[in-house]
Design a protein around this ligand. Structure first.
Ligand code: BG6
Length: 501
């Protein structure tokens, strides 16, 4: 069933012919995200028909399965009406190449194709485990397949510690310059996340009260109803902290907390984000106990269905890995002194929803009655499933008999208002890569700073032997009294939609 959205009829600027080489070209991410993203931009007439996409596979003779999957996943991604024969036209632009190893001989076929179009930019998309990023970039260099127009796109996880992330970087940096490297964080490509910049920097109203003088706390929540699906092996090495906080939640925090860049240009924005990352207070053995919660889901129920526990899902019964994490973070700088940023994310929560809530302080003095403080304003930025902005403000209830007031929301529902299809995050990111626009991609020094903070948590958890708290799959996460007892701050961060409104 299609939505009634329309593709925007604004004519996008066409990208010049290019080559894209997708390593891990028959992987889950390629089918679910990369090809559909390119397809939708192709339908939007943003990609020149002359482009070529090379899907690299390590499985021999898998053409039938590959093209079958390609059609299936693209069809599933379509959320508007279109001429379905375009799928076949697009599929013809994708060549499947069998390259099982990273040697000059194995790359010969690819080289032959790419050498035919030497003046085109070539994007190498590494959607493989990061352990082979070094080998791939080294082989590309030895085959003389890298020139000034080449770019490399790196999918996370980029290591699992500061040391491993740096080691990966030093291998890539032997073949590509920082200007050519695009580290994907797909949260930065989401429409509402992009709107954060406009909301903050194009509205004087918010920017003038965007500090600890006026804001009581900030809450960033990414709740997922999915479990670990087929990614148990990877997930068990990462946990919620590395899988979600190290990248997506920290990037959201940066966009909320950074100083206005002088210009919306990649390095200006990245410099400001870096300052925030460097100012987040590190945890130690003592502060980690009060400032963080680790949870893991047990068996439960979701929409009437029985759901297995995390341990059953991964088939390892002694795993201590967290599938939920909540963190009370502080940014030690002038603007944010003593303002807590609550970050929380978890798998198998009752529903999928992500939002940022800016809780403003209450007015300094209540002129209406003496019964305490008037609740503060809230700015709620809902990222998913709906894309919405709400400003909660005190409003007088109509009628005589004195001043009675209640918090009422001014809502801007993106989809209703614009009635236009929003490109998926990967669509925007692919176009930015092709255009050479790096603002939405992380620089290595940002990554390093994020790792330093994350490692302060990982190491402090180890030292303090912080235990995980179990929560039922399909619930609002660890809570039910346990958190309230242990953490005075948990009441305000309990994952409960009604409480954040
Ligand atoms: C990925 C994580 O980066 O983001 C996944 O590895 C997670 O575990 C996903 O499910 C969430 O993305 P989204 O866009 O569905 O919120």
């Amino acid at each position: 069933m299609y939505n009634t959205f329309r593709m925007s009829n604004k004519r996008p600027k066409i990208i010049k012919p290019f080559n894209a080489v997708i390593f891990g070209g028959d992987g889950d991410l390629a089918f679910r995200k990369i090809y559909p993203a390119l397809f939708h931009r192709f339908v939007a007439k943003q990609l020149d028909l002359d482009h070529d996409i090379f899907a690299i596979t390590r499985t021999e003779n898998c053409d039938k399965k590959f093209y079958g999957n390609l059609e299936k996943f693209i069809t599933e991604s379509i959320d508007y009406e279109l001429d379905s024969s375009l799928i076949a036209v697009f599929a013809k632009k994708i060549k499947l190449l069998y390259i099982p190893v990273h040697t000059k001989t194995a790359y010969a076929k690819l080289k032959k194709y790419l050498d035919d179009t030497p003046t085109r930019q070539c994007v190498y998309y590494l959607s493989t485990p990061s352990s082979v990023f070094g080998e791939i970039s080294d082989c590309l260099k030895r085959c003389e397949l890298i020139n000034d127009l080449s770019k490399v796109v790196l999918e996370k996880p980029l290591g699992n510690s500061l040391a491993t992330s740096r080691a990966i970087h030093s291998k890539i940096a032997a073949s590509f310059t920082e200007r050519q490297i695009y580290r994907i964080d797909h949260y930065l490509g989401k429409e509402t996340v992009q709107n954060l910049m406009v909301l903050r920097f194009a509205n004087r109203l918010f920017e003038s009260s965007w500090d600890s003088e006026n804001i009581d706390n900030v809450q960033i929540t990414v709740a997922e109803n999915l479990g670990v699906e087929k990614r148990g092996d990877y997930y068990d090495q990462s946990g919620a902290l590395l899988d979600m906080v190290q990248n997506h939640l920290l990037q959201l925090l940066c966009l909320i907390a950074m100083e206005p860049p002088s210009k919306l240009e990649a390095n200006n924005v990245r410099n400001e984000k870096l300052k925030v990352l460097n100012a987040i207070r590190l945890f130690d053995e003592n502060s980690v106990k009060d400032g963080t919660v680790r949870g893991q889901y047990t068996r439960g129920n979701m929409e009437g269905e029985k759901i297995s526990s995390y341990l059953e899902d991964i088939g390892k019964y002694e795993s201590e890995t967290e599938t939920f994490v909540a963190i009370k973070a502080y940014i030690d700088n002038w603007r944010w002194k003593d303002t807590p940023f609550y970050l929380r994310t978890g798998k198998r929560m009752i529903k999928r929803y992500s939002e940022i809530v800016i809780n403003f302080k209450s007015v300094k003095h209540n002129v209406f009655d003496s019964n305490g403080d008037i609740p503060g304003n809230k700015l709620i930025i809902r990222l998913q499933p709906e894309e919405r902005i709400e400003l909660v403000q005190m409003t007088k209830l109509p009628g005589p008999g004195g001043y009675r007031y209640e918090p009422i929301s001014l809502k801007l529902d993106y989809v209703d208002f614009f009635n236009e299809r929003f490109p998926e995050a990967y669509e925007r990111l692919m176009i930015d890569i092709l255009r050479g626009e790096q603002t939405l991609f992380m620089r290595q020094d940002e990554l390093d700073a994020a790792w330093v903070w994350i490692e302060s948590i990982v190491n402090s958890w180890k030292k303090s032997k912080q235990q995980k708290i179990l929560y039922e799959a399909g619930s609002w996460g660890p809570g039910d009294g346990i958190l309230n007892k242990n953490h005075e701050w948990s009441k305000s961060i309990k994952i409960n939609e009604n409480e954040t409104l």
